[in-house]
Design a protein around this ligand. Structure first.
Ligand SMILES: [Zn+2]
Length: 609
């Protein structure tokens, strides 16, 4: 994230400058990935962030699928300072996402590590602290200067013009993360990287994926991918592989993680990297703890490390440690900004009344950039760790507003933050979800209304994926609580978007079965839902261990039999219950009480089993 303010009084709602095209306009351009020449269809146009904001078309290469901006010029990187460094440190530097990249290699096989476009240098620092590598970075940018100071890492402030500039001794591992999309001559950069590696050295590379350029991608995410004025090319897996092979990388592995391509390549025949190797997050936790102990608590770096530890421990379910991390970050936010996080309702009221800041700097005088995210994870803790739904709801309300205010501030200069967008919408859905226990009818009504309610500051709509997930969870909770009338109001959308399999199908079909049996009094239709729930459990690849199998496999079959019996279908009921009384080999055992209930049902209804 190295977008820079160019001033100018005009405030543009950037996501609304993206205009999709039908593909009948073409531009002559050579594909930076596969080298294909000739006319290419314009996929969309977006305005440049540089005054006077000319239209910037994005074309797609028919040969390899790579998308690029043929009319884009070099952005004026060195003309201005980067006001987004603090946003990066406090909120959106994905240190864990970066650290995860290194999981692809065996750290014991690496001694010398080079990183091109290392930015602030978090990964150099992590490589040094976690693995003891000799780590060197190259980056001419402003944040690199700042990072060298703050982290004490080896960063050279030059553009590499040849491998010799990197030093005389070759490197075992090179990383080039989120750089190549900015580069107008990618071959030149890759040749330098090739030449700086040992014969069996590994290149790891990440870049935004062309596959994310779709009309149904969330606006904030799409804007981050396009990053108008900065991202020249968005590579497809095919285009990336063609480019690497052309410059002499013999072994290439590319995976498309939706919005990001992950790439490993070697000039040798053997690729000493596995992009599927899992990331051990404990080394990242240890890194955060080490750095919390060594950085100024009220600096953006100190706030950022503390926020990340809260997020990490909450996500890991280590609630006791997460509470301590929450207290730490709350204390520094109070110290630096005089914000009291212990009263989220008052904070929400204050945020509602405060005027929108006129600049990023003005925002930061009053709030940390991670405020919305800290509130979000505080809400998760209050809900899941403490069972305090009322307080959690207050946290989520404040998180929604704080996250959107932060994003609205970034929009002033055409920047955005994907994670804040995601958390803001999830928090908004949780506000509805938490009503399930106190005002069930309102919970259902609220989540139904959300689909048509634009967000207050940016006028955005809830992403369909997040809304669907929330509707499903609210529906299941309402059914479990016996709030059938409220649940029935959500059954339509839930049933319409029923997944084709998996744990979600098992729990949704079971809940639909209960609702259909107890509320709609339609036992035959209920039996069909229970049957689907049972089958979905059987079809799970991890059915030995999946919790949903433990809780629903046999109850679903029992209810199927009971429903069929209620519908007068005694033959079918007996057939279903036989599966429960004489379970097939290899299935989990039937709970004793359920077996007893089944035997009772068979006896009293005289079912043929
Ligand atoms: Zn191409």
């Amino acid at each position: 994230m190295e977008k820079i303010a160019m001033g100018g009084a005009e405030i543009i709602n950037w996501t609304q400058t993206i205009a999709w095209e039908a593909g009948d306009r073409h531009l002559e351009a050579t594909c930076p990935a596969c080298g294909d020449t000739g006319a290419k269809p314009v996929r969309l146009a977006v305005r440049s962030p540089w005054p006077p904001h000319p239209e910037q078309p994005l074309v797609t290469c028919a040969a390899c699928g790579t998308a690029f901006h043929p009319t884009m010029g070099q952005p004026p990187y060195e003309a201005v300072l980067d006001p987004l460094v603090d946003v990066y440190l406090e909120q959106n530097a994905g240190i864990d996402v970066m650290a995860e990249l290194l999981a692809a290699v065996d750290p014991s096989g690496i001694r010398r590590y080079i990183e091109i476009g290392c930015g602030f240098g978090f990964l150099l620092d992590y490589a040094r602290v976690a693995f003891g590598w000799d780590a060197r970075g190259f980056d001419p940018g402003y944040s690199a200067r700042f990072g060298r100071e703050a982290l004490g890492v080896d960063i050279q402030h030059i553009y590499l013009n040849s491998a010799a500039d990197a030093g005389s001794e070759p490197f075992d591992l090179a990383l080039c993360a989120e750089v190549i999309e900015h580069v107008f001559e990618p071959e030149k950069l890759l040749v330098i990287l090739r030449d700086s590696l040992t014969a069996n050295g590994t290149l790891l590379l990440t870049t935004p994926s062309a596959s994310g350029i779709r009309p149904d991608t969330q606006p904030g995410t799409l804007l981050s991918l396009l990053c108008p004025g900065y991202h020249y090319a968005l590579y497809s897996p095919k285009g990336m592989e063609a480019l690497l092979r052309r410059v002499g990388f013999k072994s290439v592995s590319v995976i498309d993680r939706g919005h990001t391509l992950r790439v490993a390549a070697s000039v040798g025949d053997e690729l000493r990297a596995d992009l599927a190797r899992p990331f051990d997050r404990r080394s990242y936790h240890d890194y955060l703890r080490t750095r919390i102990g060594t950085t100024d608590p009220v600096s953006p770096l100190g706030v950022g490390y503390r926020y990340r530890l809260l997020k990490e421990l909450t996500n890991a379910g280590q609630f006791e440690a997460a509470r301590a991390a929450q207290a730490q970050v709350a204390a520094v936010i109070r110290q630096r900004w005089n914000i009291d996080l212990s009263d989220p309702a008052a904070l929400h009221a204050a945020l509602s009344e405060a005027p929108l800041p006129a600049s990023i700097e003005a925002y930061h005088e009053h709030y940390p950039f991670c405020l919305g995210s800290v509130l979000y994870f505080s809400g998760i803790l209050a809900w899941l760790a403490d069972g305090r739904r009322d307080i959690a709801q207050s946290w989520f309300r404040a998180a929604t507003l704080a996250g959107e205010r932060m994003r609205a501030t970034l929009h002033i200069i055409g920047a955005d933050d994907e994670e804040s967008e995601e958390l803001m919408w999830r928090a908004r859905c949780y506000v509805s979800h938490l009503r399930v226990w106190s005002e069930p009818a309102k919970a259902a009504e609220d989540i139904r209304q959300l689909a048509n309610a634009p967000s207050p500051l940016l006028g955005e709509r809830v992403p369909a994926r997040i809304l669907e997930d929330a509707q499903r969870k609210i529906f299941v909770d309402l059914v479990n609580l016996g709030q059938y009338a409220a649940a029935d109001g959500l059954a339509g959308p839930v049933e319409a978007a029923l997944p084709s399999g998996g744990e979600a199908l098992a729990s949704l079909a079971f809940a639909l079965g209960i609702l259909t049996l107890n509320h709609r009094k339609a036992p035959r239709a209920a039996a069909a839902f229970f049957g689907r729930a049972h089958q979905a459990c059987l079809d799970l690849p991890d059915r030995e261990t999946a919790p949903v199998v433990q809780s629903l496999l046999w109850p679903a079959l029992y209810h199927q039999g009971q429903s069929l019996a209620n519908a007068g279908l005694r033959q079918e009921a007996g057939e279903a219950l036989r599966g429960l009384l004489k379970p097939a080999a290899g299935l989990p055992s039937v709970p004793l009480d359920l077996r007893a209930r089944t035997e009772l049902l068979v006896r009293t209804q005289r079912l043929p089993v």
